[in-house]
Design a protein around this ligand. Structure first.
Ligand code: FES
Length: 172
């Protein structure tokens, strides 16, 4: 896999053996994203751009991963990041119309970290939201509404792949 969209890529996988980068400047890490960033900050992963030069952290992925990155910026990653950096998450609220402020299915609760004041935003209107303002518990609760449908879809896809011989039957 080649990428010209980034100066350095840290290919990160929760499961061994992980990825094998094919550009000399890229790195690989087995573990979660926060552990990879911490390792990079400590210099255990030696990239060409110091973490202290980073002025934007953009998290895109599961709500759990984005919440972990949001927290870690003020915890384990704080010694390696500049205090002035911006933390942005691509918030994956449940959506319906995606027509920007019509149905309100995508409402996301925000809480100002300083004043505690609560506001709501339409995620389909603005998906890129401040990591420090998103109420992560609210997002998790909203996303869990789709849990049953997602489990059924996963089972259906597993069954289709088994029928096609692409995947072994799951024995549990
Ligand atoms: S999904 Fe309908 S307003 Fe955002």
């Amino acid at each position: 896999m080649k990428s010209r969209a980034a100066d350095v890529i840290v290919w990160c996988s929760d499961e061994a053996p992980g990825f094998r980068p094919n550009r000399p400047q890229d790195l690989t890490f087995v573990g979660n994203i926060v552990q990879a960033m911490e390792s990079y900050g400590k210099g255990q992963l030696t990239g060409t751009i110091p973490l202290s030069d980073v002025d934007r952290v953009i998290a895109i992925g599961s709500d759990g991963m984005m919440a972990a990155v949001a927290r870690a910026r003020h915890g384990v990653l704080a010694p390696y990041l500049t205090k002035k950096h911006h933390g942005i998450g691509s918030i994956n609220s449940p959506m319906q119309c995606m027509m920007k402020e019509i149905c309100a299915q995508c409402l996301q609760l925000h809480r100002d970290p300083e004043s505690g004041k609560e506001t709501a935003v339409f995620s389909c209107f603005n998906q890129d939201q401040s990591l420090d303002h998103v109420d992560w518990a609210n997002l998790r609760q909203r996303l869990s509404q789709n849990g049953t449908q997602e489990k059924l879809t996963k089972q259906w896809i597993d069954r289709c792949l088994q029928k096609l011989g692409v995947r072994e039957p799951v024995t549990a």
